[in-house]
Write a protein that binds this ligand. Sequence first.
Ligand code: SAM
Length: 284
Amino acid sequence: MNLTNIGTVKDILSRHGFSFSKGLGQNFIINPDICPKIAESGNACEGFGILEIGTGIGVLTAELAKRADKVVAVEIDTRLLPILEETLADFENVKIINEDVMKCDLHKLINEEFKGLQVAVCANLPYYITSPIIMLLLESRLPIESITVMVQKEAAQRLCAKVGSRDSGAITVGVNYYGTVKKLFDVSRGSFMPAPNVDSAVMRIDLNGERRLDEESERFFFKLVKAGFSQRRKTLANSLSSVIGIPKEKVYEALKAEGLPEAARIEQLDMEQLIAVSAKLMKE
Ligand code: SAM
């Protein structure tokens, strides 16, 4: 079944009485060049199990299943299940899990479903929770090699930004802490049905599997990073005191030790400075 043929897609959707949910970020890929490229650059190959997030009607799922040993896809929208039964009927190596990925026990899923396989994540992410999903995948320290995802342009810019620059965000710190990130290719808005208002890009994050901080320090570090970026226009001292209650004086001292001014904002600190400030504040 050709899931990038507009006529075929419209026919399936209307037979099942399906209407797109904007709230669930449902923009399905209809450009035939995209899914094979995501699968090939996202480790979908022999010896690999692929975790997909958000199947839509299964256009990417099918390309992943052609190449990888097994695909497990988590999809929140129950209305898609009968459609997927039809569109993925030819594949015996696909399992769909009807759940919210944010509530899924991904460690358990990977342990149970991908025994003896290396694991990678591939997805065209729902744009309304792009960063929370990527942060969840990173912070859960899953045994995965890579995360290859389509994201909207703004999220792509944040992912590619330098830590310590205006374009950076908590997600920038996350990907650079846990691995490396690169943009693979741009995707125009016309490649989707329905077409969103912005273009997208496919990004690949390679995880290094190292632990730079112990578990407790790592948790504190990301609590601090998220608090800082939640009020990014404020000084770090102001945001940390208002969001997580760290006294401003303590923040000033930690900044001073790194040669930074009291008025420094989180986007001015590079990775080493963030780690040092966090370590100092955690000891307090
Ligand atoms: N992979 C398909 C494609 O490329 O055509 C669909 C991509 S669409 C951008 C995002 C998909 O994620 C939709 O199928 C949507 O229902 C699903 N989704 C949205 N929120 C989700 C969540 N919290 N957990 C799992 N799936 C979710």
